[in-house]
Design a protein around this ligand. Structure first.
Ligand code: ATP
Length: 245
C-alpha cells in the first residue's frame, strides 16, 4: 500500500467579495512511497497547502487523501496519530511554557507513567542538544532553538510519517546540519517543503510546485534544475528590480 496517496485532489477557497473561488491546488494525483520527499517552489505556490492535506489541516475540495489507507478527512484523528507535523513557525506549535513541558505534553498519551515520561523527554531533549534550554521560557529561546524544539516534540512520539514545513528557515549552519543528519537517520517517511535547495538535494524524490500545480516530479537534481529555471524567468508584473535602475 502506498504510504500517502492523493487521488484527483484539488483545493479551492472562497474569496470575500467574489463569486469565483480561488484555486490553491489544481487537480492532481500522487502516490508517495519514497522515504524522503521534498517539495520546492516559489512563495505562495501551494507547498504548505499540499503538506497540510496530509494531516487534514486542509481538506480537499475534490478527491481524496489517504495515509496508509486511512482517509485524511473521515479518519483524521487516526491519521494525526500517525503523522507528525512540524510547522514553519514554532510558536504556532509550542503551547507549554517550557521545552521540557512541551515534550512531556507530546508524550502524555504514549507514556502514561510520569517518571518514564520525564526520562523520555530528557532523552529527546538531549538528542537535540536542547537540555540546557529545557526549563527556559520558550519566549526566551531563539527562533532556531524553538524550531529544533518543535521538531523534538513531534519526534518524541515516533510518528510513522513526518511532515516538515520549511523546517530550516531559522536555523544556523550547525543546527541545519543537525537537522540534515537527524532527517537522514530517521526511520520514518519524511515529506519536507523547503527553500533550502541543499536540503532538497538530500531527498529521494522532489516535487516542484508552481502556481498550484505540480510541474515536476522526479529526482532531486532534476527538480532543483527545473526550479532554478523557473526562478530565472521574469515574473509577470514583478517590479522589485526597477528600484535600482
Ligand atoms: N485559507 C486561505 N484562503 C485564501 N488564500 C489562501 C489560504 N491559504 C493559502 N492561501 C493562498 O494560497 C497560496 C498558496 O499558499 P501556501 O501557503 O500553500 O504557499 P507556499 O508555497 O507554502 O508559500 P511560502 O513558500 O511563502 O510559505 C498563497 O497565495 C496563499 O496566499
Amino acid at each position: 500500500m502506498n504510504a500517502i496517496s492523493f487521488s484527483r485532489v484539488s483545493v479551492r477557497v472562497a474569496v470575500d467579495g467574489s463569486e469565483t473561488p480561488k484555486t490553491l491546488l489544481h487537480d492532481f494525483s500522487l502516490d508517495l512511497s519514497e522515504r524522503r520527499i521534498g517539495v520546492i517552489g516559489a512563495n505562495g505556490s501551494g507547498k504548505s497547502t499540499l503538506l497540510r492535506l496530509i494531516n487534514g489541516l486542509v481538506e480537499p475540495s475534490d478527491g481524496a487523501v489517504t495515509v496508509h489507507g486511512l482517509s485524511a478527512v473521515s479518519d483524521v484523528r487516526r491519521v494525526r496519530g500517525n503523522v507528525g507535523f512540524v510547522f514553519t513557525d514554532p510558536l504556532s506549535q509550542l503551547v507549554m511554557p517550557t521545552g521540557r513541558e512541551d515534550v512531556e505534553l507530546s508524550l502524555r498519551r504514549s507514556v502514561k507513567n510520569s517518571r518514564e515520561r520525564a526520562a523520555k523527554a530528557e532523552a529527546v531533549l538531549a538528542r537535540f542538544g536542547l537540555l540546557h534550554l529545557a526549563d527556559q521560557s520558550i519566549y526566551e529561546l531563539s527562533g532556531g532553538e524553538r524550531q529544533l524544539l518543535a521538531l523534538a516534540a513531534v519526534l518524541a512520539v515516533d510518528p510513522t510519517v513526518l511532515v516538515l514545513d520549511e523546517p530550516s528557515t531559522l536555523l544556523d549552519l550547525r543546527n541545519r546540519e543537525l537537522l540534515r543528519r537527524t532527517v537522514a537517520g530517521l526511520d520514518q517517511q519524511v515529506i519536507m517543503s523547503t527553500h533550502d535547495l541543499e536540503l532538497a538535494m538530500d531527498m529521494d524524490r522532489v516535487l516542484v510546485v508552481e502556481s498550484g500545480r505540480i510541474v515536476f516530479d522526479g529526482s532531486a537534481a532534476e527538480a532543483v534544475a527545473r526550479y532554478r529555471a523557473l526562478c530565472a524567468a521574469p515574473l509577470p508584473g514583478a517590479r522589485l528590480g526597477e528600484a535600482s535602475r
